[in-house]
Ligand binder design. Structure first.
Ligand SMILES: NC(=O)c1ccc[n+]([C@@H]2O[C@H](COP(=O)([O-])OP(=O)(O)OC[C@H]3O[C@@H](n4cnc5c(N)ncnc54)[C@H](O)[C@@H]3O)[C@@H](O)[C@H]2O)c1
Ligand SMILES: [Zn+2]
Length: 386
């Protein structure tokens, strides 16, 4: 009894642990970086004297369209005193994120070739392959240096430049993943040459998204160059990619929440419905195509709610249509607004937080959506372009 008396219970001892880390990585925009004389990649490598190992992992789709790429990477490494390991080819698109054996194969290669924390994994591929390889690289040995070379527009201007990676689990999108800044990102424009028209266009949706919430001048540039962008002309497209990547990077660096501990996700403008539409279309819709529809829906809703003028709403819709996006896609018939909002709320961690527009270049957060008005926005969207 005496040992349990209150005066004998020791007080809680607290050691408050605190430290911060400074993350830095370069994001380069270049071309022909596997030409033997090109120094972009070799200049990134800071332990050349030790002849570091490099494992190249290629997206199957990229490999098929560029059958000499793996050999060129090997030759480049040889030329620059980097020990190149036999390259791996992984399945393209969501298959790569759905198939657990891909991660296992990468772990196996890391073990077999004794790839350590001072070695490099270089991934060339679309956002999905970059996500899956990024997850394997971040978790093997608690983190191997990762050089990302995104090969889609969406990869170069958004998915490949940030700090997240993920794979799917039991078909649940991005269920398993980490926050892990890369060692470097190399956006080589030549990689985009073999990309299909739909994937070229899809990535532009993310640029429109970030312009709408953060940068009206960038929106004006996109609007004024929309016919050149629709044809993916070089100058307009490259400007679109660089500025979009920069706005994403600035957000990560300055928003105060790079690892998304809070509920607000301004960069997810238009995404609550987009995620659902991708799923409802059984991934027939590209992520960027679904985002274009999601942007249009939340723009129309912002207008119905009285935040955004008719003219500005029309400008957004015109830009999306002129780029060739199909905004009244039939999958909209299947969208259950309440359900999609509920799932997005769960994805955010419990508090609904949706970005709307009060102007072009100015997003703001709301915690409630008027479902009746959103239904009206959806009906208006289904008649756009008809
Ligand atoms: N980690 C993040 O922060 C983040 C952000 C946004 C999106 N993502 C993820 O990105 C993925 C979407 O990425 P995506 O839009 O790049 O599509 P994707 O990776 O699914 O690629 C689309 C198709 O293009 C092919 N491809 C890629 N590059 C090619 C090239 N140069 N030439 C010919 N074909 C090529 C691929 O093989 C694939 O078949 C999703 O899984 C999404 O969840 C991640
Ligand atoms: Zn997106």
């Amino acid at each position: 009894m005496s040992s349990m008396s209150p005066e004998n219970i020791s007080p809680v001892q607290v050691i408050q642990q605190k430290f911060s880390l400074d993350f830095q990585y370069p994001v380069l925009f270049t071309q022909n970086c596997f030409d033997l004389q090109d120094t972009t990649i070799v200049n990134l490598i800071d332990n050349l004297s030790e002849s570091p190992k490099l494992l190249a992992i290629l997206d199957e789709g990229v490999d098929q369209m560029n059958p000499d790429l793996a050999v060129r990477i090997e030759q480049y490494c040889e030329h620059h005193n980097i020990e190149s390991l036999p390259s791996m080819i992984v399945p393209a698109g969501e298959d790569c994120k759905n198939d657990e054996s891909v991660i296992d194969d990468i772990y196996h290669a890391v073990e077999q070739f004794e790839i350590d924390r001072h070695s490099y994994i270089l991934v060339v591929g679309g956002g999905a392959v970059v996500d899956a390889v990024g997850f394997a690289a971040a978790t093997a040995h608690r983190g191997i240096r990762l050089i990302r070379m995104p090969s889609t527009v969406l990869g170069q201007n958004d998915a490949g430049v940030g700090v997240k990676n993920a794979v799917n689990y039991h078909k649940r999108k991005n269920f398993v993943g980490t926050f892990a800044p890369p060692f470097a990102v190399v956006n080589d424009y030549n990689l985009l040459d073999t990309l299909g028209e739909r994937d070229k266009r899809a990535g532009i949706a993310e640029a429109i998204k970030v312009a709408l919430i953060k940068d009206s001048q960038f929106f004006d540039v996109l609007y004024n160059t929309r016919l050149a962008l629709a044809k993916f002309e070089e100058q307009a497209s490259r400007h679109m990619i660089v500025r979009c990547a920069q706005l994403h990077l600035d957000h990560i660096a300055t928003s105060g929440d790079p690892f998304e501990l809070g509920s607000a996700r301004p960069l997810d403008f238009g995404h609550w419905s987009a995620h659902k539409l991708e799923e409802l279309s059984a991934n027939e819709l590209r992520h960027g195509e679904a985002v274009a529809i999601g942007i249009a829906l939340d723009t129309i809703y912002s207008n119905l709610k009285g935040h955004l003028s008719d003219d500005k709403k029309q400008q957004v819709v015109t830009l999306l249509l002129d780029l060739g996006f199909e905004l009244n896609h039939q999958v909209l018939n299947k969208l259950d607004i309440a359900k999609a909002l509920g799932e997005f709320k769960e994805h955010l961690g419990g508090n609904l937080c949706i970005t709307l527009l009060r102007d072009i270049g100015s997003g703001f957060e709301v915690n409630e959506i008027d479902e009746g008005l959103m239904t009206q926005a959806l009906q208006l969207l289904m008649n756009v372009g008809r």
